[in-house]
Design a protein around this ligand. Structure first.
Ligand SMILES: Cc1cc2nc3c(=O)[nH]c(=O)nc-3n(C[C@H](O)[C@H](O)[C@H](O)COP(=O)(O)OP(=O)(O)OC[C@H]3O[C@@H](n4cnc5c(N)ncnc54)[C@H](O)[C@@H]3O)c2cc1C
Length: 301
């Protein structure tokens, strides 16, 4: 396993774990182990690690906070690259904020508010990282990443690092060019507007209360399980199909918000997957509608 010693040499032994459980790295709080869990300290270590993985044909994926993924109970055969530990820089110049991919969105929102910058409030309650947010074009209450991002620095599969301006990031509903290129987001720049810190913090608090009132935040989930079907709300469609409160073992459709499939405690990914498939089947049968998951599936199902 010379590639493993190569990885250790690049990352440092403290930044590589083997047979790591992904349960603690996902908001569903489920999933098996991955073979290697890598936490590169900088872009160069990341780039070299990716090259070593590619040369040895080891599958890999980049993990943010794991708030939009369902990892198989069998885990992931390959390497998980986590940027949450080290890519945590936040820099502010005038109305520009630049965040490392591993910064949590609530941290970025607070930094912007402290600096008297408005525009990031919508993302304050999205429990993911800046890298995951860019990949997903995360959004809430109207605005999405595409509305405030000026550019992003991506590590491409061929090892090149390139800055993509907003118009080249191909933002669509819950997706961006990151998916197509299988790139790694290193950092993202945002253009915000001057505002009053007190008012910005007030808005963050109000949005947080609204979330708490409407979403089952006390349970493990990945937020909205399904994308909005054209002209409709997935939650309303699921509720009309009589599935609100549907339960399978320790997983189910939330009573509070029908587009949240939740872990009632001790659920497996298989149980969550069963609920997702059941919802799709029933909605298809009753409505003729194909609900497309927003949640991404990692590993074998
Ligand atoms: C309670 C709750 C509420 C939520 N509310 C919202 C909401 O209001 N709006 C919304 O849009 N989403 C919401 N989500 C979903 C989720 O938080 C977002 O999709 C978020 O952007 C995912 O970020 P993450 O860091 O957790 O990404 P992960 O779940 O770790 O990964 C998601 C995808 O992004 C990729 N990825 C992550 N980091 C990088 C990187 N640095 N480079 C390249 N690819 C990367 C992964 O490979 C994966 O394909 C919610 C989730 C929960 C649990």
């Amino acid at each position: 396993m010379s590639f493993y010693s190569d990885l250790c040499a690049v990352l440092g032994a403290d930044n590589i774990r083997t047979d790591e459980s992904l349960k603690n790295h996902t908001t569903f709080q489920t999933g098996g182990n991955c073979d290697y869990f890598l936490m590169p300290e900088n872009a160069e270590a990341l780039r070299t690690s990716v090259r070593i993985l590619q040369e040895n044909q080891i599958p890999y994926f980049v993990l943010g906070r794991g708030s939009n993924i369902l990892v198989s109970d069998k885990g992931f055969r390959g390497a998980v690259i986590s940027l949450k530990q080290h890519f945590r820089n936040i820099e502010i110049y005038g109305t520009h904020m630049i965040c490392g991919a591993g910064v949590m969105m609530h941290e970025a929102a607070k930094a912007a508010a402290r600096a008297g910058l408005s525009g990031f409030e919508f993302a304050s309650g999205i429990p993911g990282t800046i890298g995951g947010g860019l990949r997903m074009n995360a959004g809430a209450y109207g605005p999405e990443f595409k509305d405030i991002v000026t550019e992003a620095v991506l590590l491409l599969k061929d090892g090149n690092v390139r800055t993509f301006p907003n118009e080249e990031l191909k933002f669509t509903y819950r997706s961006s060019i990151v998916k197509e290129l299988e790139a790694v987001v290193l950092s993202v720049s945002f253009l915000l507007e001057p505002g009053d810190p007190e008012g910005i913090f007030k808005k963050i608090t109000e949005l947080g209360v609204r979330r708490k009132d409407r979403q089952p935040l006390e349970y493990g989930s990945a937020g909205s399980t399904f994308k909005r079907p054209p002209g409709k709300y997935a939650g309303a469609v699921i509720e009309q199909a009589g599935l609100k409160g549907y339960r399978y073992k320790n997983a189910g459709v939330s009573e509070k918000h029908a587009n949240f499939v939740i872990n009632y405690g001790g659920a497996t990914s298989e149980e969550i997957y069963h609920v997702i498939r059941h919802v799709q089947e029933v909605v298809k049968e009753k409505d003729g509608l194909d609900l497309e998951p927003e949640v991404l599936f990692i590993g074998e199902f």
